[in-house]
Design a protein around this ligand. Sequence first.
Ligand SMILES: *Cc1c(COP(=O)(O)O)cnc(C)c1O
Length: 365
Amino acid sequence: MRIPFVDLKVQYISIKQKIDDAIADVIDETAFIGGKYVKTFEREFAALYGIENCVSVANGTDSLYIIMKMLGIGHGDEVITSAYSWISSSETITQTGAKPVFVDIDKYFTIDVDKIECKITKKTKAIIPVHIHGQMCDMDAINKLAEKYNLYVIEDCAQSHFSEYKGKRAGTIGVAGSFSFYPGKNLGAYGDAGCIITNNNSLAEKCRMFANHGALKKHEHLIEGINSRLDGLQASILSAKLPFIIEWTNKRKYNAFLYNKYLKDIPQIELPKLRDSTQHSYHLYVIKANNRDDLKTFLSNNEIETAIHYPVAMPNMKCYDYLQDGKFPISTANQSTILSLPMFPELNESDIQYIANKIKQFYLV
Ligand SMILES: *Cc1c(COP(=O)(O)O)cnc(C)c1O
């Protein structure tokens, strides 16, 4: 039995006709860039979130960059984010001209709110909480700091579609939420895709303009922008998947419940902790394991594919050598212990039992 880390094919097969029809329609109408399918997806996604605006963009990296740029963040500014994330969360800060300021993480893998205040300076303009793995950050504490120091809160929701904090969905709490629809994300296109959601109408309009060469109408360039648009094919695929997303998210949660159940009595591993008053969307199910590298090899030899998200915390990456801004003990310790187990909605109970048994077997020998 081979268990992949993620299986995008089974999901396609389960809704094949809908996807194939969606693609055929776009080609039939040659609605390749912008147009009706993009507008429809934006409307549907905004409605699902109960939010005023959804601005589609080319990917979930551009969405972060565009939000910051349109909030006026740039040279001389500082932006605080988590030490442990995908590099988009920090490289986009640098792209605006601002300086990324990293904060270590807590036991939930999210930014440690007790370590933020000492990193705030006169130059700080924003905080980017990353709801990593699908786990929400401590948003009350972050909002409190943001209010006290007049900072923007920009949520990186690339891994947290339909995660919730005290009944509010990820992306609806800060000034804007940034989403990725990279194929492997909880809501994935068949190529790169992303969006920005916000209740701030003027921010939405600016983002829309900037993402389309600074124009809302063709050839009326009010500002200089970039080319970061969602194409019709991706939009129609996302629309075809949208009716299933809540069900798929619930399946992920159930799979996490099963992992918790079958893995609970293994002293050599630590299971993911869930923050109170939140709904985790389990983009990833990440354990901490003794002897992690050997466990990973053992599972691989037993045809169980695992991954490491991520092997190196951002402050420890070569590209951030120049920052030299402090210590990140939790992030650094995690580098050698974290292991992402297979996680996708179509994973079934027998797969999870099999994986759990193999992990037990590894620690017994
Ligand atoms: C995937 C991801 C991004 C970037 O999304 P892309 O669509 O790949 O550009 C940003 N932040 C986090 C936390 C991510 O996981």
